[in-house]
Design a binder for this molecule. Structure first.
Ligand code: NAD
Ligand code: UDP
Length: 319
C-alpha cells in the first residue's frame, strides 16, 4: 500500500485530495494544524484504518516513512493569510524546508501547491509558466505571493542541488464543496450571500477578472502531475482558462440561486490583481489534462452543497 503524506489535508483542497488518494487505495497521512482547515472536512475518514490524522504544524520538523508528499499546508484566502503575515511566510518557507528535508531523507517525490499569485498583478495575459510575474514585495498580499515564490525557489534548489524529484503546480482559483462558509474567497462569499438573500459584496467596480476551476478537475491534475515522469518538474499552470469578471460572476450566482440579493460595491483591497487567466498548454501537452467541468455546472454543485449545509446551520446575524 502506497503511503502518502498530505500537509494541509484538512483544508478545502486537502480534503478532496485525501478522498481521491483513499479511492486509489493509498494509506493517507493527513497533517494539519487546523489554522483554516476543519475536522468536519475529514470526519468521515477518521474511522478508516487507511487514514491517519496528524495534528502538527508544518513549520516544525517532522519525520514519517512515506512514499510521496503533497505539500498543501498554507492559508489560501486573502483574509486568512493576511491575518498573520509572519506566520504565512513561515508556513511557506519553513514548511517547504521541513517537507523538502523529509523528502530528501526518504528520497521520495514531493509536490508543492504553488499558486497563480506568483504572477502578482500580471502584465502579461494570459499567464504562461515562462512569465516571471509582477509582485509587490512589500504589499498586503506579499506574505503569500513572496512566500510561495520562496517555496518554489526552495523546491528547485533542492532539485538542482540534491537531485530531489519535485513537482510544482501553479494553481489558479479553484472552488467547490467543502470551502468554508466564512472562507472569504469570492465564490463561497457570493453563494452564501445569495442563498441568504443578503447583499452580494463586490470589491471595486467588479471589472477585475478571474478564471475558476472546479475542484475535481484540479485534483485530477495534481494526481497526474505527481505520477508524471521524473523529468516533469513544473512549474505547471493548473486552472480553467474560462475567464470572467467578478461582476459577471456575481450576476451568474444571483441567477443560479434565484436570489433577491442586491449587488453592493465595497472598496477594492490593496494590490488586488486586475486580470488572471492561465495558459494551460503545458498541462495539456505534458499531463494530457484539461478541465472538464463548465463554470455553471460547477457552481450548481457548489450551490447545492452550501444550500444543504446552511439549512442545517443557524443563519449568521450579518455579513
Ligand atoms: P485552505 O485554507 O482551505 O487549506 C489550507 C490547509 O492548510 C488548512 O487545513 C490549514 O489548517 C492548513 N495549514 C495552514 N497552515 C498550516 C501549518 N503551519 N501547518 C499545518 N497545516 C497548516 O486552502 P486551500 O484552498 O485548500 O489551499 C490548499 C493549498 O493550495 C494552499 O497551499 C494554497 O496556497 C494552494 N492554492 C489554493 C488555491 C485555491 O484556489 N484553492 C489556489 C492556489 C493555490
Ligand atoms: N471579491 C469580491 N467580493 C468578495 C470577495 C472577493 O469582489 O466578497 C473579489 C476580490 O477582490 C478579487 C476576486 O473577487 O478581485 C477574487 O477574490 P478571491 O479572494 O476569491 O481570490 P484572489 O483575489 O486571491 O484571486
Amino acid at each position: 500500500m502506497k503511503r502518502v503524506l498530505v500537509t494541509g489535508g484538512a483544508g478545502f483542497l486537502g480534503r478532496h485530495l485525501c478522498a481521491r488518494l483513499l479511492q486509489e487505495g493509498c494509506q493517507v497521512f493527513c497533517m494539519d494544524n487546523f489554522y483554516t482547515g476543519s475536522k468536519d472536512n475529514i470526519r468521515e475518514f477518521l474511522d478508516y484504518s487507511c487514514f491517519k490524522m496528524i495534528h502538527h504544524d508544518v513549520c516544525l520538523p517532522f519525520y514519517l516513512e512515506v512514499d510521496e508528499i503533497y505539500n498543501l499546508a498554507c492559508p489560501a484566502s486573502p483574509i486568512h493569510y493576511q491575518r498573520d503575515p509572519v506566520q504565512t511566510l513561515k508556513t511557506n518557507a519553513y514548511g517547504a524546508i521541513n517537507m523538502l528535508e523529509l523528502a530528501k531523507r526518504l528520497q521520495v517525490k514531493i509536490l508543492q501547491a504553488s499558486t497563480s499569485e506568483v504572477y502578482g498583478n500580471p502584465q502579461q495575459h494570459p499567464q504562461d509558466e515562462e512569465y516571471w510575474g509582477h509582485v509587490n514585495p512589500i504589499g498586503a498580499r506579499s506574505c503569500y505571493d513572496e512566500g510561495k515564490r520562496c517555496a518554489e525557489s526552495l523546491f528547485f534548489a533542492y532539485h538542482q542541488q540534491h537531485q530531489l524529484p519535485v513537482k510544482v503546480a501553479r494553481i489558479f482559483n479553484t472552488y467547490g464543496p467543502y470551502m468554508q462558509c466564512e472562507d472569504g474567497r469570492v465564490i463561497s462569499n457570493f453563494i452564501v450571500q445569495a442563498l441568504h438573500h443578503k447583499p452580494i459584496t463586490l470589491y471595486g467596480n467588479g471589472s477585475q477578472s478571474r478564471s475558476f476551476c472546479y475542484v475535481t478537475d484540479l485534483i485530477e491534475a495534481l494526481f497526474r502531475l505527481m505520477h508524471s515522469p521524473a523529468k516533469i518538474t513544473g512549474p505547471i499552470n493548473l486552472g480553467n482558462p474560462q475567464e470572467l469578471t467578478v461582476l459577471e460572476l456575481a450576476q451568474m450566482v444571483r441567477r443560479l440561486t434565484n436570489s433577491r440579493s442586491k449587488i453592493v460595491f465595497r472598496p477594492l483591497p490593496g494590490d488586488d490583481p486586475q486580470r488572471r487567466r492561465p495558459d494551460i498548454l503545458r498541462a495539456q501537452e505534458l499531463l494530457s489534462w484539461q478541465p472538464r467541468i463548465e463554470l455553471e455546472a460547477g457552481l450548481m454543485h457548489t450551490i447545492t452543497y452550501f444550500d444543504k449545509l446552511l439549512s442545517h446551520t443557524p443563519q449568521p446575524a450579518s455579513y
